[in-house]
Ligand binder design. Structure first.
Ligand code: TRP
Length: 373
């Protein structure tokens, strides 16, 4: 039997079985019928079609409400602990698609408090990372008139009353059971989940009526929102609806791109040379020798380079399948695939970095309540 895996908001280990994880968390698969329903609003995003966003909570209900004229608010976030990498961008790109298709308002929460509490970082570090990460978020082109960025330590006056109401409904036993806290956990970390719940309830608070909220996020965030959904009815808020994606893989063949392995992580600010070097070292599904690979073919299933095409860099299904077939037949070698992927990533990053510069002009306008960066 394969070694067991673990997925929590603060730790992902082992080889993730995403079907098992869905069952453990109790979320609903996105089936064909739901995909067909989504297709009525606009061309379904490849991340849905390819099962990257693969599971949800109450999405049908949200769409029913939308069909009845009840607009939802989009909410996602980022814990600013370091530079933005491709794994962070992936769900944001998806959020942008949702905003475009449904024409909805969006909240982006930056949990600088969380990263201060859970990592060896100062509040100064997390606050400055929040700005850097916000530039990447803004660079993706969210509608500046309909998108607001929350920074927890800046917006605390607005967030705190809602966080308190949430916190009062969550016992220490629940927090321990859901997140694995113990006697050595700092007390701020135990409170934190009530902060991540706030933007799910803020739209209702502001409107003075129940406003549906959709949260597209990495599935590692589900523990927070399970708890948030449990307390919602007791506070007269609608339960937030969830749309979860798989973790963006590392270049080293690992299941999650993580800053703990810098060489397997592509940052939005990387130079073309750095990208070339990192992709050059990527884990592939190739054989030890060229002769062997020509004969036996490679295995795209386990190949990080192929996964990058699948997740972000080749959205043309015909081309993707062609790539997989050629690999299996030994007609294309890992070196060629790496060169092609390097090229695609660098084209993407060049455009992103230009938009990231322009974002410096827009980012102030998008702060929640107008705080100063
Ligand atoms: N906790 C998340 C992180 O560590 C940040 C976050 C806050 C978030 N609110 C969210 C992520 C809502 C997804 C959805 O990155």
């Amino acid at each position: 039997m394969a070694e067991d895996f673990k997925v929590t908001p603060w730790e992902v280990t082992g080889a993730i079985d995403y079907d098992v994880l869905m069952k453990r968390f109790g979320t609903t698969p996105i089936d064909q019928a739901l995909l067909e329903r989504l297709a009525k609003y606009g061309k379904v995003h490849p991340m849905l079609r390819r099962g990257i966003f693969y599971t949800h909570r109450d999405l049908d209900w949200l769409l029913d409400r939308y069909d009845q004229g009840d607009r939802f608010v989009l909410y996602t976030g980022r814990g600013p602990s370091g530079n933005t990498h491709l794994g962070h961008l992936m769900p944001w790109i998806f959020n942008k698609w949702v905003q475009d298709i449904f024409k909805v308002d969006m909240l982006f929460q930056m949990t600088d408090d969380e990263k201060f509490l859970f990592k060896d970082l100062t509040l100064h570090d997390t606050r400055s990372m929040a700005y850097e990460n916000a530039l990447d978020f803004v660079a993706l082109g969210f509608d500046p008139d309909h998108t607001r960025i929350i920074v927890d330590t800046e917006n605390i006056k607005t967030l705190y009353p809602v966080a308190l109401r949430v916190a009062k409904k969550i016992t220490l036993s629940t927090a321990k059971a859901v997140f694995g806290f113990n006697g050595a956990s700092n007390i701020g970390s135990i409170f934190f989940t009530s902060m991540e719940a706030v933007p799910a309830f803020l739209p209702s608070e502001e409107a003075g009526r129940p406003v549906p909220v959709l949260i597209p996020a990495g599935i590692d965030q589900d523990p927070h929102f399970r708890v948030a959904r449990d307390v919602a009815p007791g506070l007269s808020y609608p339960k937030p609806c969830m749309l979860y994606c798989k973790m963006f893989p590392g270049l080293n063949g690992g299941d999650k791109m993580s800053s703990s392995d810098e060489n397997a992580t592509i940052y939005t600010t990387d130079t073309p040379k750095a990208v070339k070097k990192k992709v050059g070292r990527a884990f592939t599904g190739g054989c030890v020798s060229v002769e062997e690979q020509r004969q036996k073919g490679g295995n795209p299933e386990v190949c990080a380079v192929f996964k990058y095409n699948y997740y972000l860099f080749e959205y043309d299904d015909v081309k993707l399948n062609e790539l997989a077939d050629k690999c299996r037949r030994g007609e294309i070698l890992c070196g060629e695939c790496k060169v092609a992927l390097t090229q695609k990533i660098n084209v993407f990053l060049e455009a992103h970095q230009a938009k990231r510069e322009e974002a410096k002009e827009i980012v102030q306008k998008m702060t929640y309540g107008g705080f100063k960066w």
